[in-house]
Design a protein around this ligand. Sequence first.
Ligand code: NAI
Length: 328
Amino acid sequence: TQAPVNVTVTGAAGQIGYALLFRIASGQLLGQDTPVRLRLLEIPQAVKAAEGTALELEDCAFPLLAGTDIFDDAKQAFEGTNIALLVGARPRTKGMERSDLLEANGGIFKPQGEAINAGAADDVRVLVVGNPANTNALIARSHAPDVPAERFTAMTRLDHNRAVAQLAKKLGVPVTDVKRMTIWGNHSATQYPDVFNAEVKGRGAAEAVNDEKWLAEEFIPRVAKRGAEIIEARGASSAASAANAAIDHVFDWVNGTPQDDWVSMGVPSDGSYGVPEGLISSFPVTCTGGRYEIVQGLEINEFSRPRIDASVQELADERDAVRKLGLV
Ligand code: NAI
């Protein structure tokens, strides 16, 4: 059998952490052949709660869980890590300006990037979930110069899965009939879910829907504002669905995407589709052999172009703001 893979989870005592850890330990992150060792990072006040979760993990007697260690120090938590899930972040609180939010998160993602650079395993792969996810990933990446840039990714898989589900529902088909969905841009309300390149049973999805008004006025805002809808209904933000998306993101990155499909990931742009190089933007990607590639050659029509551009502009503005703060 294989040696355990080290998986670091930050914000482990939070609500996504609670939904995520048991699925990782049960083998759903990397597959049923791969034992895992969990390394949990929390702030000192939340270490006790993380210890409680570790007791429950023990009580599951997961065959694939080689152990759980808990840290309040980033250097230690990322030592030897193969997969780093950066979930813990500073939420926006009342009266907080955007620059305050970016600065507070810089205080988290800069030292975590440095710790990954100093101690992570050579094959480390990083997924940033904590918001603003794309820009937090950019900050972490710029403090890890020895790690290949493409190993830093941000999560837009929840948006992707939401878009697949809403489209399937509209057309009355199973979600498995929907392929090649794409989320472009930022994980924010400006994101653009693109059905023009998506397919339903091999047919163009936009053509299958045949209702541009529904796309513009219902589908796109529904997907982009789904987070707020969940908060309104549940009284708390998406947690299990976010954890599920993190599992999907890493599983597909490591194990590959099907031949006839792709997924959405926030990845450093190589300039594709006019997205400035270096911005961590959501793209359609295929994965093989543990590497992802941005899908090339898709047609961007007149409906899509301004929407992609607006979300990418927001990413550029966030980058400029953190640059001003000296965070990248
Ligand atoms: P939460 O508030 O329940 O948990 C966050 C945890 O992070 C807390 O336990 C806190 O102590 C911890 N934390 C804070 N600073 C830390 C640090 N420096 N190091 C380690 N841990 C730290 O929040 P929840 O619901 O679990 O969400 C986590 C993040 O994920 C939020 O930023 C949220 O906005 C984001 N999110 C992103 C989604 C996406 O699609 N990219 C979807 C849903 C949530």
